[in-house]
Design a protein around this ligand. Structure first.
Ligand code: F6P
Length: 519
């Protein structure tokens, strides 16, 4: 079957799903729950509350085959040039493979360099944690400020929030925004003599990161003089620029252009987490992600978690024309997952041209929002239950929580399950229309037995591969991000004007705003 024929078959079938009740499919399809439940790398996933019938699922799987998901997956793992607009492969899976793997990037072996850098990060982190590598005054390090933005921030920030001990020996703080408030807050209360500054930037040209790095370096030097530079570390795919900035040799950790920014947390970008959590936790995180890589590569499409999550999304997005999706982790420690997925999904797949440059034929990535449950229930869940737009959800929950009151954890889990049920079954409001819940609102449920490094790694890799599969179906390049460039360029021009340069040519609205902000 051609991809076009497979798309047409799926879209035609999806039209029938619009008026069909999801809950009516359970009695009609006795093996529905079994076929739409799967376990992968320690995650339990239930896709039975999605609007597809099992027949639709078969059509979606035919689409995946016709669109070439299997060969595309091989090309990804084989390090072929899957990012044509930048002429690069995308081999982040190499970063979390065990020692002895043999990944290539465009035919060049990369696994030995990966292992060497991984060992260097682990050794550095271990030395700092043991106190063997002290600060310039000889005192042990007790805080790390991680400076970076986008992919150089969201992953480490999420991992730290998810796994941080209640009383960490080394506190990690994050600074992304060029808004000086964030750096000021991060540095407040810290002693430069016991603080490391880790500057993370793939390019080492990002305006926000360099501005914050300069300010943080000045903070170190004001207290420690030139010796303060010994507290600077960098992680970059442009290590020469980091050294030119003044980061000492031996404290610049490299990564490579075949690691996309939003896939970089598995590289030395994880250094702040290694410092705060210890190298063993990072090894377990990598092992979990690697287990998901193997599942993605080896499981047949019909039992393949990233593939099925992607197909469920495509069924909603293209089949039922739903432009939004919500991600609600019922776990406070996962509250940053929606922000992380905003970059992963929207920067990867928010595209209007195919990889070859032709206009896309179908809608691409949905907009993602959400935060920790139950908080959203008291904010935007009104719209999710009774708004005119249907917003599919990913609901996540963690079975065992070792912190705090087990009774509170039961309440949290009860809410997760009940919301998925309420959204699907709804309730007849009788004579009171405002009490009517239409239901038929789909969700996927992802259950983690525990929130530990391995399951967190598996979860992040699950979403990475889901995003990749969607890109194959839409024929787009998920590994570039040209859409961020224009705003950066214009910000540079506006900045010159705000710093007293001559006025440029702008539309009247923009010119008026600049006029109000000029000194
Ligand atoms: O502006 C978008 C972006 O290029 C992201 O893709 C990237 O993660 C982020 O900026 C930060 O870039 P860098 O790591 O080069 O500072």
């Amino acid at each position: 079957m051609t991809p076009d024929a497979a798309w047409t078959a799926l879209e035609t079938a999806a039209a029938a799903a619009r008026d069909r009740r999801i809950d009516s499919l359970f009695p009609a399809e006795p093996d529905r729950l079994a076929r739409l439940s799967l376990s992968a790398a320690g995650l339990d996933i239930d896709l039975s509350k999605q609007p597809w019938s099992l027949g639709d699922l078969d059509l979606a799987l035919s689409l995946a085959r016709a669109a070439g998901v299997e060969p595309a997956r091989e090309a990804l793992f084989d390090g072929e040039m899957v990012n044509p607009s930048e002429g690069r492969p995308a081999v982040h899976m190499a970063l979390r493979a065990p020692d002895g793997a043999d990944f290539n990037a465009l035919g060049q072996p990369i696994s030995r360099a990966v292992e060497a850098t991984r060992n260097a990060v682990a050794a550095y982190a271990e030395a700092v944690r043991r106190g063997a590598r002290a600060g310039a005054t000889g005192q042990p390090i007790s805080a790390v400020v991680s400076i970076g933005i986008g992919g150089s921030d969201l992953g480490p920030r999420l991992i730290w929030e998810a796994l941080r001990p209640l009383k960490p020996a080394i506190e990690i703080r994050f600074v992304a925004n060029v808004d000086p408030n964030e750096l000021a807050q991060a540095l407040t209360g810290l002693d430069p003599a016991t603080t490391l500054i880790v500057v993370i930037s793939k390019t080492f040209t990002t305006q926000e990161t360099l501005a914050n790095a300069q300010a943080a370096r000045a903070w170190l030097r004001a207290a420690l003089g030139q010796a303060g530079d010994a507290h600077l570390l960098a992680v970059s795919a442009a290590p020469d620029r980091a050294r030119a900035f003044g980061v000492p040799e031996g404290q610049v950790f490299p990564f490579w252009d075949w690691v996309g920014g939003r896939y970089s947390v598995w590289s030395a970008v994880g250094l702040p987490c290694a410092l705060g959590l210890g190298p063993d936790a990072i090894a377990a995180l990598h092992a979990g992600a690697h287990a998901m890589d193997r599942h993605f590569r080896e499981a047949p499409l019909e039992a393949n978690a990233p593939v099925l999550l992607a197909l469920a999304h495509v069924f909603n997005r293209n089949g039922l024309r739903r432009p939004l999706r919500a991600v609600i982790p019922y776990a406070q420690r996962l509250r940053l997952l929606p922000s992380y997925l905003q970059q992963l999904e929207m920067e990867s797949n928010g595209k209007q041209v195919e990889a070859g440059g032709a206009p896309v034929e179908r809608a691409t990535a949905a907009s993602v929002f959400g935060d920790a449950g139950t908080n959203g229930q008291h904010a935007y869940f009104q719209l999710l239950h009774q708004g005119v737009d249907v917003v599919p959800l990913d609901i996540l929950a963690v079975r065992h929580n070792t912190e705090g009151d087990p009774a509170a954890q039961r309440k949290l889990l009860a809410n997760a399950v009940a919301q998925a049920e309420a959204l699907m079954v709804g309730r007849d409001g009788g004579p009171e229309p405002h009490r009517h819940f239409p239901g038929n609102r789909p969700s996927s449920f992802v259950l983690l037995d525990r929130l530990d490094p391995a399951r967190l790694g598996a979860l992040l890799a699950l979403y990475e591969h889901k995003t990749f599969v969607e890109s194959v179906l839409w024929r787009i390049n998920p590994f570039d991000q040209w859409g961020v460039e224009l705003g950066k360029t214009l910000a540079g021009r506006v900045l010159a004007e705000l710093e007293g340069g001559p006025p440029g040519a702008h539309d009247p609205s923009t010119a008026a705003l600049i006029g109000k902000l000029r000194p």
